[in-house]
Design a protein around this ligand. Structure first.
Ligand SMILES: NC(=O)c1ccc[n+]([C@@H]2O[C@H](COP(=O)([O-])OP(=O)(O)OC[C@H]3O[C@@H](n4cnc5c(N)ncnc54)[C@H](O)[C@@H]3O)[C@@H](O)[C@H]2O)c1
Length: 249
């Protein structure tokens, strides 16, 4: 395992389970001190315990500006710097257009798009003063469009645009902003899918198999490290090639 993140401080949102927990484990193994952030405090404690003393668990709702500012202050006070921000927290509220409620739209936008905006804004002054930083936004292959996910796809498409714009704005402060777009990943969500629906998705998968949370974590570790210093504003699809063939939608 490379040790590329020695002494770096990383904030991971949505760290309590799934992809966020895998990113937290991977960045820890590469030497980073981890600030675990999740709206669900229960799932954070055991992970913080597993990761050890160089981690800090903070319960916060990333869609609330006051909570984001307080979370970033606690992180800076505890570790002295913030080198990496991974905007991973995200939610789904799927439905066809006629059935999507205004609340479904607003909640998904608040968490998936406004949350990363608030977190980027909150760490900006710290990274600017350091003249270095890495921001990785977790989007989704669905940003290209996905039936039944108008709100989710639009939120991730918005996050792609935010990524590209901040990459341009922040480059002169040596802050890189990139995105990772996971495809079909084996998580509790996919494990609970009806067999037929899962089989259909796997038939559309060029590799014929799902990715793992560790595949996403490896991509995030790479973009968070010095190996990604000249990579900025990019959307790295980690999807087994599915995004190459729009017919597979
Ligand atoms: N699982 C997949 O196949 C897949 C595919 C593409 C993209 N993604 C994206 O990857 C990211 C992680 O997905 P996952 O499958 O691990 O999801 P998950 O539901 O397993 O975990 C998400 C975590 O975010 C937390 N969270 C939700 N709302 C929050 C808020 N307002 N503030 C702070 N934390 C909050 C949840 O409590 C949870 O712990 C999401 O952005 C998701 O859109 C996942």
């Amino acid at each position: 395992m490379p040790n590329r993140l020695q002494n770096k401080v990383a904030i991971i949102t949505g760290a309590g389970q799934g992809i966020g927990a895998a990113i937290s484990r991977r960045l820890t193994r590469e030497g980073a001190k981890i600030v675990l952030v999740d709206i669900n405090a229960d799932c954070l404690e055991s992970l913080a315990h597993e990761l050890g003393t160089e981690s800090l668990a903070i319960a916060a709702d990333i869609s609330r500006k006051d909570q984001v500012l307080s979370m970033v202050k606690q992180a800076k006070d505890a570790f002295g710097s913030i080198d990496i921000l991974v905007n991973n927290a995200g939610i789904i509220r799927d439905g066809f257009l006629s059935r999507l409620s205004e609340d479904d739209w607003d909640k998904v936008m608040d968490v998936n798009l406004k949350g990363p905006f608030l977190c980027c804004q909150a760490v900006f002054d710290i990274m600017k003063a350091q003249n270095s930083g890495k921001i990785v936004n977790i989007v989704s292959r669905s940003w290209l469009g996905n039936i039944g996910q108008a709100n989710y796809s639009a939120s991730k498409g918005g996050l792609v645009s935010l990524t590209r714009t901040l990459a341009l704005e922040l480059a002169r402060f040596q802050i890189n902003v990139n995105a990772v777009a996971p495809g079909l990943i084996e998580t509790p969500m996919t494990k609970n899918m009806p067999e037929e629906a899962l089989a259909r998705l796997l038939r559309m998968q060029p590799t014929g198999k799902m990715g793992s949370v560790d595949d996403i974590a490896a991509a995030v570790a790479f973009l968070s490290s010095g190996d990604g210093d000249f990579i900025n504003g990019q959307i790295l699809h980690v999807d087994g090639g599915k995004s190459c063939g729009l017919l597979s939608l």
